[in-house]
Design a protein around this ligand. Structure first.
Ligand SMILES: [Zn+2]
Length: 201
């Protein structure tokens, strides 16, 4: 099957859609880059990929190859079928405009929420409030002493990848996290790629 490539510049975002059964791959091209990710059912955008439902199903704060990620209606949505790194987060929200404006004094800074919302408008998403909490592939958010959490730079190297199989038709968005003020992306947002099957003409 022919392959399509969505190239996402460092600190930017993009959206794509795949059918049930398709496998798509997220690639950290230069290493140490968190990729925020959200997904919606193509048939009903009220059904989204859900971290809280996935945590309930997996009984784990970590995800690994073979795990099934659940929708907000408790249905299997995506399955991890390849993972070259094994370090991912699904507890931290997407960075957004207020985070940069209020916490860092940088109004107008690029952010993951807008990076994902803007390309999703072409799919009919009308408000950033519709976006679910993200899965942050390659983001390194360890649980540290006393159960506290942290965000540190990812261990990913150039070319590290995670592949997911869609278990229903889905619309997805990604963001190369533009955080360059505190650790999380090696202080340097870098490009990522999504490789996914092209639909037959
Ligand atoms: Zn971000």
């Amino acid at each position: 099957m022919a392959e399509r490539v969505l190239h996402v510049a460092g600190g930017h975002g993009g959206a794509f859609d795949v059918k049930a059964g398709d496998v798509f791959v997220l690639v950290d091209l230069e290493g140490q880059q968190a990729i925020d990710f959200v997904a919606f059912s193509a048939a009903d955008q009220g059904e989204t990929l859900s971290g809280i439902e996935t945590r309930l199903a997996l009984r784990s704060l970590y995800i690994k190859c073979g795990d099934v990620l659940m929708s907000s209606r408790g249905r299997p949505m995506l399955e991890i079928v390849e993972d070259t790194i094994g370090t991912h987060d699904y507890t931290v929200p997407a960075c957004d405009a207020s985070r940069f404006a209020v916490d860092f004094g940088c109004p107008g800074h690029r952010n993951c929420l807008d990076n994902m919302y803007e390309p999703l408008r072409a799919y009919g998403i009308r408000t950033p409030l519709a976006l679910p909490e993200p899965f942050n592939f390659f983001q390194n958010s360890p649980v540290v002493e006393d159960g506290r959490t942290a965000v540190v730079d990812p261990p990913s190297r150039p070319g590290d990848r995670i592949a997911l199989r869609a278990l229903m038709d889905v619309v997805c968005a990604v963001s190369s996290c533009p955080q360059d003020i505190i650790p999380g992306n090696g202080l340097r947002p870098t490009p990522v790629e999504v490789r996914y099957p092209a639909e037959e003409a």
